[in-house]
Design a protein around this ligand. Structure first.
Ligand code: GRF
Length: 191
């Protein structure tokens, strides 16, 4: 089960995936960590773990299709079967989508379809919702719109700061994402 992780940021979900692999609860190999941000902290995390890493700056390509063609080549040359988005802050375009139908998944820090897009936690706090959560979904051509695979809810209390909510969300994410990936792989391998 060869997977690629696409990430633009800190990489705590990348770490959770790697830990699950090390512990034997996720039967997969991360063949590639791809990032679109040269200074993303996730890159160093991947290098420390000896995960093959590519950093592609979209600005150095003529257009999105050219950028994605390069990204796709990096996946295909490593026989990547699944693309796991973990804090990847860019829409996946048709070049990559068409090459990996129903094989790209994302994790989002809200109970979708509520609070799509950026700063989902901030959006939830602004609305003063009492329950929020985490969603894992297939990626389609929209922003956080694809079919939902799994969700987990959590409560927000009145005196929770944004940092506290983020910590709660991430604790859920780090359990949920590796588990959902394992379930998907198992199902697909049984076909
Ligand atoms: C996570 O909260 C995820 O839900 C969202 O971006 C964040 C990435 O965090 N899509 P990290 O880089 O994995 O720490």
């Amino acid at each position: 089960n060869k997977i690629a992780v696409f990430a633009s940021g800190t990489g705590s979900n990348f770490d959770a995936i790697m830990n699950a692999i090390d512990e034997g609860t996720l039967d997969a190999e991360v063949s590639l960590l791809a990032s679109d941000r040269i200074n993303a902290a996730v890159i160093e995390k991947a290098q420390q773990r000896n995960v093959d890493t590519v950093v592609l700056n979209p600005k150095s390509f003529t257009d999105k299709a050219a950028f994605e063609t390069a990204l796709l080549a990096d996946c295909q040359s490593r026989n990547v079967e699944w693309i796991i988005l973990a804090g990847y802050m860019r829409l996946i375009g048709p070049t990559v989508l068409n090459a990996y139908p129903k094989r790209i998944i994302n994790i989002h820090p809200s109970l979708l379809p509520a609070f799509q897009g950026k700063d989902a936690i901030g959006q939830a706090l602004d609305k003063k919702v009492k329950v929020t959560g985490v969603t894992v979904h297939f990626v389609d051509n929209g922003m956080d719109t694809g079919p939902i695979i799994a969700q987990e809810a959590l409560s927000i209390t009145e005196d929770d700061t944004k940092d506290e909510v983020r910590r709660k969300i991430q604790a859920v994410e780090h359990q949920l994402y590796p588990r959902v990936i394992q379930t998907l792989l198992t199902k697909e391998n049984a076909k």
